[in-house]
Design a protein around this ligand. Structure first.
Ligand SMILES: Cc1cc2nc3c(=O)[nH]c(=O)nc-3n(C[C@H](O)[C@H](O)[C@H](O)COP(=O)(O)O)c2cc1C
Length: 220
């Protein structure tokens, strides 16, 4: 490796030994959503900061990837729900290529969960129902920010916010460009750190029959 340029810390020496526990096939629930609920509850109970923060990776029609953090806002029989601007970079990419990947980085528990799946836009009714639960400030922000567009400066955003605030003194309607997705999993990997980098990786993959799952173990 070529020498690092003035590193703030010795990056090569930064490492942790993972020893909190293991993940055996016998620990798994029958389906990945039930298993996810179990691990999510453990993450929330452990007091993790924003355990519902997940990295959403998308790719455009040419396969160029991008990722960002988004909050998981629901789990239903179809999968993992989040809300965002449908005209954002991620929204445009999902319109061109609905395949995406979600990652929950639960470092403190020495765990990560990866979901590979396909995003489907939520109905306007589902989007409106969630929008109504958001604080007024977030509702106004959704109008004021054409997410992922280039703006002239901070002032443009602040002006837009003030204008929307004045336009909607009471209820704030749902902006057309605001939406949500449900990601239906094809594969869900549960990863638990182990000593000596001999981690446990168990992956549910959709089986032949509807609602059936196969489990495989991957080398760490
Ligand atoms: C902790 C955290 C939570 C976030 N939650 C959301 C969210 O739920 N929805 C959203 O659109 N953006 C959320 N963001 C902002 C996104 O990371 C991102 O900046 C934005 O969605 C634009 O992404 P894009 O240009 O790749 O589409 C969150 C950022 C952080 C750091």
């Amino acid at each position: 490796m070529s020498p690092a340029v003035d590193p703030p810390v010795d990056l090569a020496a930064l490492r942790e030994e993972y020893a909190r526990g293991g993940l055996a096939e016998s620990d798994l629930a029958d389906d990945p959503m039930a298993m996810f609920r179990r691990w999510f509850t453990e993450a929330a109970t452990a007091g993790l900061h924003e355990p519902n923060a997940m990295v959403v990776a998308t790719a455009d029609a040419d396969g160029r990837p991008s990722s960002r953090i988004v909050l998981l806002k629901g789990l239903d029989e179809r999968g993992f729900v989040f809300f965002t601007n449908a005209h954002s970079r991620k929204g445009e990419e999902l319109a061109a290529n609905p395949r995406c990947s979600l990652l929950f980085p639960w470092h403190v528990l020495e765990r990560q969960v990866r979901v590979d799946g396909t995003a489907t836009p939520l109905s306007r009714a589902d989007v409106a129902a969630y929008f109504a639960t958001r604080p007024r400030g977030s509702q106004l922000g959704a109008w004021a920010s054409h997410q992922s567009r280039v703006v002239a400066g901070r002032e443009e955003l602040d002006d837009a916010y003030r204008e929307i605030e004045a336009r909607y003194p009471d209820d704030v309607p749902v902006p057309d460009e605001w939406g949500g997705y449900v990601v239906t999993p094809e594969a869900v990997e549960f990863w638990q750190g182990r000593p000596g980098r001999m981690h446990d990786r168990l992956v549910y993959r959709r089986g032949g029959g509807t609602g059936t799952w196969d489990v495989v173990r991957l080398a760490p």
